[in-house]
Design a protein around this ligand. Structure first.
Ligand code: NAP
Ligand code: ZN
Length: 349
């Protein structure tokens, strides 16, 4: 075991603060990664503040990690010291269940998430990427294409895969009309991927000030979702809508925009259950679905796709000392469009 610097929340109401946490010594399949950048996902905030009721303190958030391999265990074959490597949400799974066998580790009932998950090695819970260094089985580490800026690639590990996976699964290709609800970290990646897959992309936002950015990011049209007239113009026209909203909101307004047999996927995870009007689904044989990140192989596929197509997140790089301020801005939908923490600030701070 060794100690490393980190930022943690001590309770649901405490700001994140500097601390030291233990990391396991390398087993033969492990790599030790010095963290360069870690994105800030809204999930970090939901958990740090116990909004989903599942937090175990101290919480060290962070699941969009890009770093440099510092050491490798004796049986590691895919990484060597100095390599760029990435870690997303998944750091382990049982490897034997039907989901794991299909490469869908995101549905494994015995998965280990990078933070706030029972830690098989050290006891307690796992600690995430708001830290100096981390140890992971090489099987769950990912390769980052060398042409991508590491600060802007970090958010691909959650925001990126969480949008890429459902857009692929529901067959979004040329000619489909796709809506992206909420232009935050996930939403802006959804726009980039849906556009890259050839869809006609419409952004639904509550922030009229984001209109120009949405168009620059690749949207063909932007709808201010609080404007009922603008919404009505799109009634019954969408093949697919993906909803990234982190707070309570009316999903029925969006279900009514689907054509018959259209599908809307929730990836945003508000703490409170959402009300769904049965007729919004019944009348158009529409469906409402959900999606959880993506498996390891698909995450690598997404990173490789981003390398080929030069896709990364639009990031605001911040020092870790600004993390509490960043959380407050996240709550005000004031992020353009992902915070990426420069972890050098933790080492020098
Ligand atoms: P984010 O950057 O804060 O973006 C959320 C966006 O939702 C905001 O920018 C805002 O967009 C919109 N929004 C916020 N409050 C709203 C409200 N009251 N009514 C309507 N729209 C509102 O968050 P994120 O990091 O993208 O995460 C979004 C959600 O996805 C979170 O709940 C997170 O936990 C969840 N998540 C799920 C998965 C998964 O695997 N399913 C993975 C990662 C994250 P506008 O300003 O454009 O309206
Ligand atoms: Zn996330």
């Amino acid at each position: 075991m060794y100690e490393t610097k980190a930022y943690s929340a001590a309770s649901a109401t405490s700001p994140l603060a500097s601390t030291r946490i233990p990391r396991r010594d390398l087993t033969e399949h492990d790599v030790q990664i010095e963290i360069l950048f870690c994105g800030i996902c809204h999930t970090d905030l939901h958990v740090a503040r116990n909004e989903w009721g599942n937090a175990t303190y101290p919480v060290v958030p962070g699941h969009e990690i890009v770093g440099r391999v510092a050491k490798v265990g004796s049986a590691v074959t895919r990484y060597k010291p100095g390599d760029l490597a990435a870690i997303g949400c998944l750091v382990d799974s049982d490897r034997t269940c039907p989901s794991c066998q299909e490469g869908l580790e995101q549905f494994c009932p015995n998965q280990t998430i990078v933070f706030n998950s029972p830690d098989k090695h050290l006891g307690g819970v796992t600690y995430g990427g708001y830290s100096d260094s981390i140890v992971i089985d090489e099987r769950y580490a990912l390769r980052v294409p060398a042409n991508l800026d590491p600060a802007a690639a970090a958010p691909l590990l959650c925001a990126g895969i969480t949008m890429y996976s459902p857009l692929r699964h529901w067959g979004i290709t040329q000619g489909k009309k796709v809506g992206v609800v909420g232009l935050g970290g996930l939403g802006h990646m959804g726009v980039k991927f849906a556009r890259a897959f050839g869809a006609h992309v419409v952004v639904f936002t509550t922030s009229p000030g984001k209109t120009e950015d949405a168009l620059r990011l690749g949207a063909h049209e932007v709808v201010v979702s609080r404007n009922a007239d603008e919404m009505r113009k799109h009634a019954g026209s969408f093949d697919y809508i993906i909803d990234t909203v982190s707070a309570d909101h009316d999903v029925n307004a969006f279900l009514n925009l689907l054509r018959h047999d259209g599908n809307m996927t929730l990836v945003g995870a508000p703490a409170k259950p959402l009300a769904v009007a049965a007729f919004g689904l019944i009348l158009g044989r529409r469906s409402l679905s959900g999606s959880n990140i993506g498996g390891i192989a698909e995450t690598q596929e997404m990173l490789d796709f981003c390398g080929k197509n030069e896709i990364t997140a639009d990031v605001e790089v911040i020092p870790i000392q600004k993390v509490n301020e960043a959380y407050e801005r996240l709550l005000k939908s004031d992020v353009k469009y992902r915070f990426s923490i420069d972890m050098a600030s933790l080492r020098s701070g």
